[in-house]
Ligand binder design. Sequence first.
Ligand SMILES: *Cc1c(COP(=O)(O)O)cnc(C)c1O
Length: 377
Amino acid sequence: MKHNKSTQCVHVGTIYDEKTRGTITPIYTSSAFDYLNVEYHAYPRYFNTPNQKVVSEKIAALENGEEGMIFSSGMAAITTVFFSLLKKDDHAVFQSDLYGGTHHAIANEMERYGISYDFVDSLETEDFISVIKDNTKLLYIETPSNPLMKLIDIEAIAKAAKAKGVITVIDNTFASPINQNPIDLGIDIVVHSGTKYLGGHSDLCCGAVVSSTEIMKQVWGSAIHFGGSLNAQICSLLERSLKTLALRVNQQNANAQAIASFLTKHEKVDAVYYPGLTSHPQYELAKKQMHGFGGMLSFEVQGDPDAFVQKLQLIPSAMSLGGVESTITSPKQTSHSKVSPEGRAKAGIKDNLLRLSVGIEDANDLIADLDQALNSQ
Ligand SMILES: *Cc1c(COP(=O)(O)O)cnc(C)c1O
């Protein structure tokens, strides 16, 4: 029987310890396995050792996909997808509003392999489809996007790309599988930086890919050459983290909603970007394609943004996101520091924009901290 997400988080994949009759998966650290009388040859770089399989099964179940693989970082997962599915003379279509590392990987690696591509500035399905050529193999999106929480209509774009025979990929890091399941909406491949919500405690680095058995076979075929596998200890830490994923994300959703509505009403805040606000231009789309609106939001603060951040007592300034602790960052100084001022202006990223990754603390404590810092701006 297929269970709901919170139950899957706790139970899927667990290897009960028969030797001791313990309830949790032991850590199997072996890198040398028997080759006789076994169903398959296990080896860490084949992505098929016990702890790797436990977390791969769990993430595949959470994303409603047939199979999953866990990588040593989000970028290992993403670049393995690119270079397992694309070859010389292929063309790919990318949303321009992507995670910086992904954007750099495309801009710096693709051409050397003879792969051409287009970045699409717009959020509209037609604009993505209009750049598809005869040799287009892959279409890649990220929604909600960083840092302005812009959305792409997942179902519409998946359907239109499929009609053209193009494989669709989505980076589902910001939403997490608790808030958004793109495979149900027709997307072929889901990728994650597991360093964020899946890990959730700002203490590990990993990535994930989920897709059909057929596509995963191809991804696996290259992944064993590229070698971005994750070791047993970190797989075990990730398994432990995933048990509380639904619990954490549901709390983060509720906290972010409360904070977003508080910020909207504050006189020192010029704008708030959160898909759960009725004022978000794509609120209806968010309701349609997300089960929860997420723990990420951004806002424009009056006065000096650095002074504001330094006045916060509970919320530290930090890059990365998705941890149990709330953190705040300035896109101008971090994720978009290499983008020119004109480029940032064009993308709508103002100098006073701050991005908040909302944690699982008590919402009232977080609001009180933001309030005291805002009132002294
Ligand atoms: C962090 C991040 C990545 C890259 O993941 P790493 O684990 O740092 O390699 C990719 N996409 C998004 C949306 C991210 O936030």
